[in-house]
Design a protein. Structure first.
Length: 273
């Protein structure tokens, strides 16, 4: 049976175009199951801020951010650099994967020849790897996700969450945050797949000098790694159900969120009831 994709809302008219910060957006306006919505200007998401231009940084500084959550690991930060300094904004680094995770795999993505890529990524292997990584992040990173949500309930809003591309680690952290405050599942998925817009996508970099290093076939083999496919996010949701039985049990038992903490989180992020 063909899997139905979420309806993607039209791009916001006032959405800023940042020169060297990919995948930036405000998640304000997403509806909750109790008739409220995420307040604009409270939760933002993006790719890394390491290459932000002066104008990009000035815009980010104008948002009134309290905290930038950086989910990159040490290896990412060595490659891309530290985030641009935003005066008065707290930067919190919470790696959501380890530097050694997939090190050889991502070296292959950058350097591998087409025959190697076919063997490792072809026949659905790349997409299966991505779905599995989302399941692992949900199950194995409960301490980190708990820390993020507790921090936001107390003091860290307005907040910006990012990783490298702003798609996977940040995408899942944003999705979990939205689940915690009761945003409709369809709206969470619709926001997630907006990372596929051409101006938001992470730039694929290959160091291979082979004539077919960036050929259409190579790009097709790599595309599952750089896409925001709803099946990946749904794999995470399925892992929550399979491991804890429900979203509420995951939040309470997995992330140790007390009812009063979830209520404070709603107060921080949502419009009035």
């Amino acid at each position: 049976m063909t899997q139905q994709l979420p309806q993607v809302p039209p791009a916001e008219a006032a959405e800023p175009v940042l020169t060297e910060v990919r995948n930036f957006r405000d998640v304000g306006g997403l509806p909750t199951t109790d008739g409220r919505a995420v307040r604009p200007g409270r939760l933002f998401r993006s790719g890394h801020l390491a290459h932000a231009t002066e104008d990009d940084a000035a815009f980010l500084a104008s948002l009134g951010l309290h905290t930038v959550f950086d989910f990159r690991n040490e290896s990412d930060r060595k490659v891309e650099g530290a985030d641009v300094d935003l005066p008065g904004v707290r930067n919190v680094n919470i790696p959501l994967n380890d530097p050694a995770d997939g090190k050889e795999f991502w070296k292959l993505v950058r350097d591998g020849e087409i025959a190697q890529l076919r063997e490792v990524l072809g026949d659905g292997k790349a997409a299966a790897r991505m779905s599995d990584s989302y399941r692992k992040m949900v199950i194995e990173r409960t301490v980190e996700h708990s820390r993020i949500l507790h921090s936001m309930a107390e003091e860290s809003v307005p907040a910006l969450m990012h990783c490298a591309a702003g798609k996977d680690r940040a995408g899942l952290a944003v999705a979990i945050t939205l689940l915690a405050v009761g945003v409709e599942r369809e709206a969470i998925e619709a926001d997630y797949v907006k990372s596929n817009a051409p101006h938001r996508r992470y730039k694929v970099r290959r160091s291979s000098t082979s004539p077919d290093a960036m050929s259409p076939e190579v790009m097709e083999l790599l595309s599952p790694l750089f896409d925001a496919r709803v099946e990946y996010l749904r794999a995470a949701f399925e892992a929550i159900e399979a491991t804890w039985g429900s979203v509420d049990a995951y939040l309470a038992k997995g992330l140790k969120l007390a009812p009063e903490t979830r209520e404070r989180l709603r107060e921080q992020l949502l419009t009035e009831a």
